[in-house]
Design a protein around this ligand. Structure first.
Ligand code: NAD
Length: 459
């Protein structure tokens, strides 16, 4: 294997923990740093704070020799050649990214530097953040030749994060010096050389030794822009197909057929053309807002992104109206809900459209029985269990005696329900599917009143 690099990853969340586990899997020595002592303790004791496939296997494989957990950033900095900043960059009140966590970490790193280090932005940050990190470090008296700042945006998706990291479509690295570029290319060499994919224990995915991911070396500014522009573009694709789905509903066409037709054009591609209840999560909403803010600050008209956002809000409202149109009133009605996470495969509920819809239903007096395979503990923190809100342990319990079943997250298991069982479990066989997981014709044949998004309504 290539030469191991000693790495510190600051922030043990969805990105930091996955990156750390994957760097260890690639042969590097990794120190995970988090200022949440309870998280560090949990990780040290073998616990894993997030739900991600392969993450337990990787951490168990490497925790004794290649991964350690600490809250001591100073010592981690001094023992590492590269320090990846993977802390949160949430949306601030103005819409811009709140960079105070990044600032705090950069200052602490600056006070700890005792030799040449590459400080890497892994968090999603606006263009020019690298300049600010550089200034913060210099202000703390660190000479220019003792550090470089690099940008290495992360494109993993929650739910498939480990596979996405190790089988990335591309690795983007922005640097301003050859020295930093060399260290970053050493770090990713096990992937870009294809060596990793030859290992018997390699996590399976789409890449192999003959087809490794490209390493795109850019300026730091370009790398920062690539991340924001990518997320804004993907959000735009979702909003686009959602509007098309509304047109489909108006004329009685099937948006799945239309999306297939659009997506078969290789210039467009089939992904992110699934109509639904709108995008959510910890990235798209805040990154679209932050990119719009960047454009505004630079005097560049990017009202297109405003439209992307308002279409997304409208889509949630439209779905809610659809539920209302099917059920008339909500007070006292029992509704089964499948899915609370912002999408299937994750326990993340940040900006989840599913939770927005549940909150709205509760406001209007509905009684909810909700099931999510992973997000229930987090959802309970936002909507505590009550006489109106019950959290249940399987989809049929959610459906039991309900006036209707709502599908709000695209967990794979929700697409494989036993339809006969579902039919006799529900009080009325009404299924309102915000994720288009079933074939409308089949649902009608099975005796359901099935409503979905952008497909001819079958009553
Ligand atoms: P997260 O909230 O899951 O994790 C952030 C972690 O940083 C937390 O564990 C927190 O305790 C820790 N932290 C905060 N301040 C710290 C400090 N001063 N010192 C040490 N640790 C500190 O966040 P996340 O979802 O992993 O996202 C991190 C960044 O990556 C964000 O910028 C996000 O936009 C970006 N990103 C996220 C995803 C995703 O799918 N979640 C994908 C790509 C990029």
């Amino acid at each position: 294997m290539s030469q191991p690099v000693s790495i510190a990853v600051v922030g043990s969340g969805y990105v930091g923990l996955v990156a750390a586990a994957c760097f260890a899997e690639m042969g590097h020595h990794v120190i995970c740093v988090d200022n949440d002592e309870s998280k560090v303790k949990m990780l040290r004791e073998g616990g894993i704070p997030i739900h991600e496939d392969y993450l337990p296997e990787l951490l168990n494989r490497h925790r004794l020799n290649k991964v350690e957990f600490t809250s001591d950033l100073k010592s981690a900095t001094q023992r590492s050649q590269a320090i990846f900043i993977a802390v949160g960059t949430p949306q601030s009140k103005t819409g811009s990214a709140d960079l105070s966590y990044v600032d705090a970490v950069a200052s602490e790193i600056a006070r700890s530097i005792d030799g040449y280090k590459v400080i890497v932005e892994k968090s999603t940050v606006p263009v020019y953040t690298n300049e600010w990190i550089r200034r913060v470090i210099e202000r703390n008296g660190v000479p220019k030749d003792l550090f470089d700042v690099a940008s290495n945006p992360e494109f993993l998706r929650e739910g498939t994060a480990v596979v996405d990291f190790l089988h990335a479509d591309r690795i983007v690295v922005g640097v301003e010096s050859e020295r930093a570029g060399k260290l970053m290319s050493d770090i990713y060499a096990p992937l870009t050389s294809g060596e990793y994919y030859k290992l018997p224990q390699a996590v399976p995915g789409s890449l192999n030794e003959n087809n490794p991911p490209p390493f795109l070396l850019t300026s730091t500014k370009a790398a920062e822009l690539i991340k924001h522009a990518s997320n804004a573009f993907l959000a735009m694709k979702i909003s686009f197909i959602n509007v098309v789905s509304n047109i489909c509903e108006a004329v009685g066409a099937d948006v799945e057929q239309v999306a297939k037709g659009i997506g078969s054009d290789s210039r467009i591609g089939p992904k992110f053309l699934r109509a639904g209840i709108g995008y959510g999560g910890s990235c798209f909403p805040k990154d679209v807002a932050a990119f719009r803010y960047v454009a505004e600050q630079l005097g560049v008209d990017f009202d297109l992104l405003k439209e992307v956002e308002s279409i997304n809000e409208e889509q949630k409202k439209r779905f809610f109206q659809k539920v209302r149109a099917a059920l008339w009133t909500f007070r006292g009605k029992k509704l089964g809900v499948l899915g609370l996470a912002f999408k299937g495969g994750t326990d993340d509920i940040r900006e989840s459209p599913a939770l927005d819809i549940v909150e709205q239903l509760l406001k209007e007096g509905a009684h909810i029985a909700a099931f999510d395979p992973a997000a229930t503990p987090r959802a309970k923190e936002v909507i505590p269990p009550s006489a109106f809100m019950r959290y249940v342990d399987d989809p049929y319990e959610a459906a039991a005696d309900a006036d209707a079943l709502l599908i709000l997250s695209d967990w794979h298991e929700f697409s494989e329900l036993d339809l006969d069982k579902l039919h006799y479990t529900l009080r009325y066989p009404i299924v309102i599917d915000g994720r288009n997981l079933y074939d409308p014709a089949e649902m009608i044949e099975r005796g359901f009143n099935y409503l979905s998004v952008g497909r001819p309504a079958h009553q």
